[in-house]
Ligand binder design. Sequence first.
Ligand code: CP3
Length: 341
Amino acid sequence: MDSVSRFLAAAGGQPVDRPPVWMMRQAGRTLPEYRALKERHSFWELCRSPELAAIVTRQPLARFEQLDAAIFFSDILVVPAAMGVPIDFLPAPRLASLVVDECDVRRLVEPDVERELGFVRDGLRQVVAELGGRKAVIGFAGAPFTLACYLIDGGSAKGFVKTRAFAHQRPVLFQELLGRLTAVVGDYLEMQLAAGADAFQLFDTWAGEAGPELFERFLLPSLNSLFQRLQSRGRPGIYYVNGIGPLLEQAHLTGAAVIGADWRVPLDEVRRRCGGERVVQGNLDPAALFGPPAEIAAAVRRMIGLTGGRGHIVNLGHGLPPEAPLTGIAAFLEAVAGWGG
Ligand code: CP3
């Protein structure tokens, strides 16, 4: 099977010769060839240049032939930036102005994504022209709640207490904020699918902080409308949460084709608690890449054993760590590519 057929068959729950594999955060951070580009360009320059973003997107595929998919190189925070909030990467993101009250929510621009984020469309078109048909191309966006965490807390704050307090103190305004973000994220993902992405991933990295009650009350309605809107495009959507364990029953209701799990929950449990037939993505502990290659291969076999290799897109349970050894990455990918049922 070629990579695109393998990826799309797995996403549709159809039989495959072996499960497809890619790694969250495979583009950027880890590879020496990315670091070399970073010597000459800032992170925003890399994101905002379609040519450079396309080059970074292809770097991991040039190095590791086993990868079945390319995730487009960008960042979830291009969306708040397009909504008028200046953002610095140090490299941890820092937002210049925080959302505190009505004025701040209403000051957020609803941008024309084709104009403000056209660099992503153009970069994606280049990647599709170069890799399309050979490798699956994945677009992505931050989910509304996770973007709200950055807008309200200002950076990667532990637990995002301000964001959760906002939801409790100002529920109507919080809903309005999520609504505005949902509209822009929807436009943005539609633009990426129109540019040729085969699939998309919605990163709701911090949704685990919300817990089941806030999830059902605030996140679920916005996620439902988002996945429903994108369904007409007929491309699979992956919903990823870091710390999804306590939220699996709720995640099942979002309407995502694929549930992406972190390493804290076994994939057979993910499938069982998401209706029994669900396509799953994940979920090797990224820290396992630091262990000996034989252990990595054994962990990969145990993980795929939990799904039988069907309806399973193999991935890490969170992003590839910047310091991950290339030998560990190679052992992970070779073990998946060599899986024999
Ligand atoms: O997956 C990929 O390889 C595509 C590129 C990608 C980046 N960010 C590039 C990046 C993707 C998919 C993201 C998503 C993202 N960004 C998430 C969700 C996924 C996750 O890891 O949970 C989040 C929470 C962000 C916000 C963000 N951007 C943080 C917290 C940071 C700093 C720490 C870090 O992750 O490196 C960034 C900066 C960032 N985004 C870098 C890269 C390559 C590092 C910038 C640099 O090279 O200096």
